[in-house]
Design a protein around this ligand. Sequence first.
Ligand SMILES: [Fe+2]
Length: 310
Amino acid sequence: MAIPFLYQGDTAPLLARKDSDNVSAVRSQIKDELAEKGAVLFRGLGIQSAEAFDQFSYQFGYQDFSYQASLSNAVRINLTPRVFTANEAPKEIEIFLHHEMAQTPMPPDKLFFCCLSASESGGATPLCRSDYVARDLREEHPALFAAFDQRGLKYTTTMPAENDHASGQGRSWQSTLSVQSKAEAEARLTQMGYTFLWQQDDSLVTTTPRLPATRQLPNGDVSFFNQVIAVHLGWRNSALGRPNLTFGDGSPIEPKALETIVEIASRHTVDLAWEDGDIALIDNHRMMHGRRPYGGDRPRQVIVTLALDH
Ligand SMILES: [Fe+2]
């Protein structure tokens, strides 16, 4: 089977240590392809280190999006100032389709993944076109599409008191919010429009302000830009037993509606099976990603850098 998203053009100018005239031509060709396909895979670059990956991704001229400053709920480790580990959830766990940090008011625009070491079996990154999901949902279930589009969503999560490395959502509130004290945490959350409640174990239950469930793309397409699938299939209920997800007005979302969305997304999902040295560039507005469970003794090492594009 042909590999979807595989970039067939010249990449040599992007690997050169110094700026050449060809860099901007190659870069704009890749960006055109990215806008059309939602993802671009670079294979055969021979990337073997976080530093080489940092260098390659830097050539695209995007703005840095730091993990420290982000509201990501996963525990990650920086390898260079711009590159960090992917979500290190246990290998038997599936990370379900999501847009990176769409459950926060500050998601990144572009993602770069680099596979330094592919797992023996499994471990693919499923990619799903959210513009196709939005299109099908609107055509087949117009009232449901309108509910998401008009009412938006609110997400409730629990931020633990300490980093929990065993959890896919284990980042402490101090780290997530870049604060030291409870007073600073409260000030930051209030400023962003969140509501919150402290728990007896010093964990913090937070609910976002209303966030959009769809997003208009530069070419006029609409994408189903949210965290609905990952929350429905993967998140456990918050400490208070509150649902993790409601419409933006606080009203509940029927489980059947969520199943409908999962089914539509499955039609538009393609697995990216990694090889060592691969780099994928993903448009976070158009494409969801996840991680299939994996097995074998070989460590799976996929590292990440995030970017803003404005
Ligand atoms: Fe992710």
